[in-house]
Write a protein that binds this ligand. Structure first.
Ligand SMILES: Nc1nc2c(ncn2[C@@H]2O[C@H](COP(=O)(O)OP(=O)(O)OP(=O)(O)O)[C@@H](O)[C@H]2O)c(=O)[nH]1
Ligand SMILES: [Mg+2]
Length: 320
């Protein structure tokens, strides 16, 4: 590219540059915009072909398997792929590094990421623990969907909650799989009690899809993948603006935001500005006066109306 070729006279001198052997020179002039269109055409013609993959199709969904040491992460992946690819032992801390396994199920590609189990925080000063925690964090950051495995015999632990906090803070969709279900008491009362206790400890994660599995027998192991696919598509879901505004009218009609500082809060309209994670923008006359409890009301209403289970949605409030 030969810049400052402001006119045809100068443009003729372009041939001097051929001698340099750097390919065909293109005379351009940045100040007057001469031949800039030709330059752009040339750049576009030299770009590599875009891969002809439609959005969300044929792409591999990256799935991170995370959970405490010994919960059965490696066993789970081995069961899915029907092999012994990953080392499984009764010793906690068998897996030391994240391992990617490509896998296809019902026409969908997945990349399963096995991770090292996450330890208690007080052990983090030890070097290995520090790096395994770091790798679990990395696996979560790099995944499309996280599967949290918990042990049926032990329920939801502090470490599990720490993993879930990380999933929330990195805004990843997730599924909770209760493993070693083959060892759990199977009478109806026990199952219901477990479910109730789990919901209680889940608290603000209560919209996370839960599935009871056994990596040993394979029970409901494929079900985890169908839930992964479901939350992945929920994370890409778009709600039409017209639908959102019908929703907004109904939600505000049912419960109006309380007036604050003598100001009457009004909503004008709402729109979904983004996916992954789905983000909703509400336009209002006093966005700064909308209180937390009303925001959580809108959040719950949105989820009851449109789903988004297992997906961290975001609500934003803007001045019109
Ligand atoms: N009964 C039963 N045992 C299981 C199940 N899943 C895994 N195990 C056993 O639990 C132990 C640990 O399994 P791993 O797959 O190595 O667990 P991990 O989560 O990969 O463990 P680390 O790599 O150490 O973090 C092994 O002895 C498995 O055979 C299950 O569903 N039921
Ligand atoms: Mg392992």
């Amino acid at each position: 590219m030969a810049n400052k070729s402001d006119n045809e006279q100068l443009e003729m001198e372009i041939y001097d540059f051929l001698k340099l052997g750097l390919g065909d020179p293109l005379p351009v002039a940045a100040t007057v915009g001469r031949n800039v269109g030709e330059l752009l055409d040339k750049i576009v013609s030299m770009l590599p072909e875009a891969e002809g993959v439609a959005e969300g199709e044929a792409e591999s969904i990256r799935v991170a398997l995370v959970g405490r040491p010994n919960v059965g992460k490696s066993s789970f992946i081995n069961k899915l792929i029907g092999g012994e690819r990953l080392l499984v032992t009764p010793i906690a801390g068998t897996t030391r590094d994240s391992v990617d396994t490509p896998f296809e199920f019902e026409g969908q590609k997945y990349t399963l990421i096995d991770t090292a189990g996450l330890r208690r925080k007080y052990k983090v000063h030890e070097n290995i623990e520090f790096y395994t925690n770091l790798r679990t964090d990395r696996a979560i950051e790099s995944c499309d969907v996280a599967v949290v495995l918990i042990d049926a015999a032990e329920g939801l632990s502090v470490q599990d909650q720490r993993i879930m906090e990380k999933i929330i803070s990195t805004r990843r969709p997730s599924v909770l799989a209760v493993n070693k279900w083959d060892l759990a008491e199977k009478d109806q009362v026990a199952v219901e009690r477990f479910g109730k206790e789990l919901k209680a400890t889940l608290g603000r994660f209560s919209r996370m899809p839960v599935v009871y599995v056994s990596a040993l027998t394979g029970q409901r192991v494929p079900k985890v993948l169908s839930l992964v696919k479901k939350v992945h598509s929920e994370n890409h879901k778009r709600i039409a603006t017209s639908e959102l505004n019908d929703f907004l009218q109904a939600a505000v009609g049912k419960k109006h935001p309380p007036a604050r500082k003598g100001k009457y809060i009004r909503f004008y309209y709402a729109t979904q500005s983004e996916v992954t994670p789905p983000t909703f923008v509400f336009f209002s006359n006093y966005p700064e006066l909308i209180d937390k409890s009303y925001i959580s009301y809108l959040n719950n209403q949105l989820r009851s109306t449109f789903g988004f289970d297992g997906v961290p949605i975001r609500l934003k409030f803007r001045k019109k």
